[in-house]
Design a binder for this molecule. Structure first.
Ligand SMILES: Cc1cc2nc3c(=O)[nH]c(=O)nc-3n(C[C@H](O)[C@H](O)[C@H](O)COP(=O)(O)O)c2cc1C
Length: 183
């Protein structure tokens, strides 16, 4: 279980001009990881290729965010999301991820691709971390996985309804804050 994995509580950082890249097949098994991915996560290329992407899953991540990610890309759409990942040694790093399907010439989805940039710290501290904590708590309090997912999804819905936004609109607004220099 992911909740049993080792975490150190120690955060790692990457540079503003770096992009952490990975690609997966349709089942979410890693087919490509760039040097920055390997360096920050602390893996060798041979340790990640062919592995499920939850290899770097951090136990603090709410399940409902990954459900939303998969539902979106499987519909052929892109999604932006804040994600905390776990390094091989238990450290963690936050990213702002843009996950997209890859298409062949006939328009068929052949796999998925994620580009991750440095997230905005203020957005993380003020919005994302408190929201994810609330979602994770709701998931853990529930009797089973299904109820947990329903509970956290309804928190996300209420949160978005309050802001009158769809999830990706909300996340894009947050992410663009940094690029446009808003604070
Ligand atoms: C292109 C792509 C990139 C992904 N990147 C990550 C990632 O960086 N970290 C992560 O925990 N999950 C990532 N996922 C989601 C994982 O496939 C998985 O759903 C997630 O780790 C939750 O795993 P679990 O359902 O076993 O708990 C990615 C999925 C895709 C398709």
């Amino acid at each position: 279980m992911t909740s049993d994995v080792l975490t150190t509580g120690s955060e790692k950082f990457f540079k503003d001009d770096e992009i952490i890249v990975s690609k997966t097949n349709l089942k979410g098994r890693i087919t490509y990881a760039n040097r920055i991915f390997l360096d920050i996560a602390g893996y060798k290329e041979k340790d990640v290729i062919g592995q499920p992407h939850n290899l770097i899953r951090h136990p603090d991540m709410p399940r409902c965010i990954f459900k939303l990610l998969w539902d979106t890309v499987q519909e052929g759409k892109e999604i932006f999301a804040y994600v905390v990942n776990r390094c091989k040694n238990g450290d963690h790093y936050w990213v702002y991820a843009h996950v997209t399907p890859s298409f062949d010439n006939s328009g068929k989805v052949t796999g998925y691709h994620s580009n991750r940039r440095v997230p905005d710290r203020k957005v993380l501290d003020e919005s994302v971390i408190p929201l994810y904590r609330e979602l994770k708590t709701a998931e853990q309090k529930s009797e089973n996985r299904k109820q947990g997912l329903e509970a956290s999804q309804s928190i996300v819905s209420a949160f978005l309804a309050e802001k009158s936004m769809a999830y990706d609109e909300f996340v894009m607004t947050l992410g663009q804050g940094k690029r446009r220099g808003f604070r």
